[in-house]
Design a protein around this ligand. Sequence first.
Ligand code: AMP
Ligand code: GLY
Length: 423
Amino acid sequence: MKVLVIGGGGREHAIVQSLAKSDRIEKMYCAPGNAGIAEYAECVSIGVMEFEKLISFAKEKSIDYAVVAPDDPLAAGLVDEFEKAGIRAFGPRANAAIIEGSKAFSKDLMKKYNIPTAAYENFDDPEAALEYLKTAKMPIVLKADGLALGKGVLICNTREEAIDGVKEIMQDKKFGNAGNRMVIEEFMTGREVSVLSFVDGKTIRIMTSAQDHKRAGDGDTGLNTGGMGTFSPSPFFTKEIEDRCMKEIFVPTVEALRSEGREFKGVIFFGLMLTEDGPKVLEYNARFGDPETQVVLPRMKNDLLEVMEACTDGTLDKIELEFEDNAAVCVVLASDGYPVKYEKGFEIKGLDAFKGKDDYFCFHAGSKFADGKIVTNGGRVLGVTAKGSDLKEARKKAYEATEWVSFDNKYMRHDIGKAIDEA
Ligand code: AMP
Ligand code: GLY
């Protein structure tokens, strides 16, 4: 089979590396890919939103299966376009990817089908939002409706902050058109867990759990980022909680989408908060998480291609997912200054140290070739993952491995998974 993967970050590197284990794949391409992905797939410099170019490339190379990983092309209907061109593709169509593309839509869906989530109101009009804030309880959470690189969420402790937040989102358009509508919701407290799942329209299979660290600095300080590190599994996502989520959240979500005529095929990523009143949905994503994937897929025993095809073909009920009985930790090596302003183009040294070591992975998030060298090419540069018998061991190994690679302005958090092994 010839496979084309769309995307070019650490998540896609983890996907491509897993797919490469399948002996049914004779050739893999990745658009645009990166210097790490190039080890497994031929990288083609076509952007993820260049739909026409992607389709004609896929036709020209007789691609059998396309895997669309990032949120923007999914929300904009790239899977629909591949299907129209007669090419099978992994991922939800636009009408289902809307669970990530519109927070207002997903909140209304959860309300309609009694799926537990924070109480909320949607607003199209900033004046109405400001009026609502006059009597709302603080702290409160403001969310831009559309896609905003994971940054469109403001947690406001005071009424003044919330008023400024409405201005930023709806009037100053800090997140662009994503802020044409807005959700204002109740602030919840509890442990956060990310659960990725495969869905074939009717059957859902849960992957092992994970937890992300979104803030830039140690101790969860500083700005929100795309994710500075992850660990898997989450010790808080017990079998009992999983069973409850299955009944109250996972299955009802798949059925709700089906009832709405928006059959979902692909990955649903449930961002959950384990509150005193039980698990509640913080957000849905219509794709693999980044960097959750970098700790989840290395632990998966199944053939990823087979599971993806089962989602596309509606035969996921025939598949049981299996995960190794161990743990993984991923530490993101970023460019100092991320997520605001940073320099790139620095040579990355030491990558060979990962070769031939089964428990260690160096996923490239932002890298490229320049003059025969591999150089930094983004805010998040590498995701260093290690597996161990438990979280403590995985964490120790991952941090050791972060020392094997170097580049100017290398920055990382030092406490990924730390609160957990001390809990
Ligand atoms: P989201 O993109 O919706 O997952 O939000 C990003 C982050 O904001 C989440 O990972 C939470 O840490 C936080 N957050 C979002 N919604 C709430 C809420 N209702 N209560 C407390 N924290 C929240
Ligand atoms: N790590 C969070 C996300 O992928 O949205």
